[in-house]
Design a protein. Structure first.
Length: 434
């Protein structure tokens, strides 16, 4: 009720402005509607022409799209971070009960259904490319008032935080031709630490932009060289010194008639004026490959992704166990933990004002799967024999499918089998084995 009271207590104009996306609830289904008429906020229309320059953020997006190494490295990081987050569960803080029907989980499903967004993946992507992620906490309209409905990752290029006294006081978001204003509590904000700005984020690609630019220049140079059939460049210098305009026109006419087209390929070119000809040394493609390799590794280092994951020619199509563990421990798990913390601090309270639940990552399970297979089997076998895990949990630890009658646990003395959850029960065990 506290959440509904908070919405009812706002003036009508503010409610409409702060909740630009409309949902209709007919008593059974929640349907996303188009933006309501009248929400153009023309008073803020001049803001986009003055006072904000999105060129830096746009350059990060262009670097991601233009450079194959940056594109691949960012995608690998995003997909793997999202994979860790998808293993998270909403847990009751006191009882430890797993809430598989929590409104937050439904909000993630609504985001995919209505906006086509995998929230975890889009979250990690925006944070990696722009250094910032802005999530709209979407409320749905019902006959009884506004209720939490979904979350939506906003395009960071269209969002501008309003900074007051070093803190974010509001957010302006340009959606098409309209500019909408969100309150600070209506957006969940996550960012990478920026040493130059206490309120804004720092893109991973910012540290790799020089490498991206050099790599792009190398690509242009190589393509031009190959397009010229790998022939060396020629420099023509007139022997008579300065050329008249008539000489220039005659030279251009000669080049147009005698140096173009397939029929002129390989034929000698007779120039109308005497020239000294100098052969320009072609680029050394070996040096270019070495330079490109250096830029590739710089990009991977900035993004935090092993080179072997973006260049299959670098290794035998897989990481060593040590590299995999390092990738998880230094990149994926810390990033997923930071996002989980933002979920618990800013997103879950929107769906759960009483803060009875929290979002947890099964880090122990994740780290177990990264261990040596033989050691993992020995540990799981010992846990099964000690009654610490069920047969199905044992099978999951080994990467096997669960079975219908696998929710059983061995008594520590190994003589009896009971169902999971009945280890301390006074009831007679289901079966006895020798």
């Amino acid at each position: 009720m506290a959440l509904l009271d908070r919405w009812r207590g706002k003036p009508a104009a503010v409610r409409v402005r702060d909740a630009p996306l409309a949902f209709f609830y007919d008593g059974t289904n929640l349907t996303a509607l188009k933006y309501r008429d009248g929400e153009t906020h023309s008073a803020f229309g001049a803001w986009y022409g003055v006072g904000w320059n999105g060129s830096s953020a746009e350059s990060y997006a262009r670097a991601y799209m233009a450079n194959v190494w940056a594109f691949r490295a960012i995608n690998v990081r995003v997909q793997k971070v999202a994979e860790v987050l998808r293993r998270g569960q909403v847990i009751h803080r006191i009882s430890g009960r797993h809430a598989g029907d929590h409104p937050f989980l439904d909000g993630l499903e609504q985001a995919y259904r209505h906006f086509g967004q995998d929230v975890f993946e889009d979250w990690a992507f925006s944070k990696s490319v722009y250094g910032e992620t802005f999530l709209e906490l979407v409320s749905g309209y019902t006959p009884g008032g506004y209720v939490p409905a979904a979350v939506r990752v906003l395009n960071a290029l269209a969002v501008e935080p309003v900074i007051e006294s070093g803190r974010i006081a509001a957010y302006r978001y340009r959606d098409g031709h309209a500019v909408k204003l969100f309150g600070a509590d209506d957006i969940a904000f996550d960012r990478l630490r920026n040493p130059l700005d206490d309120a804004r984020g720092y893109s991973l690609l910012a540290a790799a932009l020089d490498a991206v630019g050099i790599d792009q220049s190398i690509t242009v140079l190589t393509r031009a060289h190959l397009k010229n059939n790998a022939r060396p460049g020629l420099i023509f210098t007139p022997k008579a010194g300065r050329l008249s305009q008539a000489d220039v026109d005659l030279i251009q006419t000669t080049l147009a008639e005698d140096a173009r087209g397939a029929r002129n390929a390989g034929n000698p070119l007779l120039m109308p004026t005497a020239f000294d000809v100098t052969v320009a040394a072609p680029p050394d493609l070996t040096d270019i490959d070495t330079l490109s390799e250096t830029q590739k590794r710089r990009i991977c280092a900035a993004v935090g992704v092993p080179v072997a994951l973006i260049d299959y020619a670098d290794m035998s199509y897989q990481l060593s166990p040590e590299q995999t563990r390092t990738f998880y421990e230094l990149t994926l798990i810390p990033e997923a933990e930071k996002i989980a913390r933002v979920i618990n601090a800013q997103v879950l309270p929107f769906f759960d004002p009483a803060r009875e639940f929290e979002f947890r990552l099964p880090l122990d399970d994740i780290r177990t799967t990264l261990s040596d297979p033989r050691a993992r089997t020995e540990i799981a076998t010992a846990q099964l024999a000690a009654g610490a895990i069920t047969l199905n949990e044992y099978r999951q630890a080994l990467g096997l499918k669960i079975i219908a009658d696998g929710d059983v646990r061995f008594i520590p003395d190994g003589s009896r089998v009971v169902r999971a959850g009945e280890l301390e029960s006074k009831e007679q065990p289901l079966a006895v084995s020798n």
